[in-house]
Design a binder for this molecule. Sequence first.
Ligand SMILES: [Zn+2]
Length: 280
Amino acid sequence: MPELPEVEILRRHLQPLLAGRRVADVLVSRPRAVRPGTPEALASAMRGARFADVGRRGKFLLFALVTRGKARKVVGHLGMTGRMYLEPSDAPRAKHEAVSIALDDGHERLVFEDPRGFGRFTTDRSSVDALGPEPWDESLDAGGFAGALRGTRRAIKIVFLDQSVVAGIGNIYASEALFLAGIAPGRAANTVTANQAKRLLDAIRVVLEAAIASGSKATLDFASGSDGLFYHGSAGEGPKHDERFRVYDREGEPCPRCRSPIRRSVDGGRSSFWCAKCQA
Ligand SMILES: [Zn+2]
């Protein structure tokens, strides 16, 4: 499932391809993707507008559009295995196409493909408005971060997944950051000390920045026809870059620090990977 780094890489890929392009038409094949809005609302918000910018908040893409001087935003979310890419309009339609946006003279289109049906392409902004700060936000300092963690007894890993303390982290990068900071995923958030919270915030930034750098390089390394998609577990021909993970999906393999076997445990129905010796 794509997390902040994968979405950021896609954003950087789509931004120059879409900026300045005009929306000629909007075709919604799966109304579920635009919920809680309607296909008609999406079409009337987008038709005739120009893409001004492609931004990102957490795991969401923010398509900024302008029509007759009025700004509009459309929110995109890849869900579990979604993809967004441009292709010629006469290419065969993808089996799981959810939304297709015809651009300019109609020779090219932006496609949102969503095999699992968990993604979104919608004018509804409520999910984005509920997000906590970006990991690099100036408002997120070590003191504030520690304070937010003190407010809950839930496992630290679960706190990350709900996006309210910090946006963009999912299962993979939560495991990675907790390993780097030496904190066990099942640890009650309110027992994390101020020093540990600072270490954890630093670790979050380090793993996300490294993943963006590594994924950006990988997408550039695609011979041609890169669609900007790069994330762990994605099918397709891209190079596998899961070797960048220190503990994620490495149950039974030696810890990179102490060589004891990596454990897998389940927090809130999701797997955590960690070292019982290095993390407490
Ligand atoms: Zn270890």
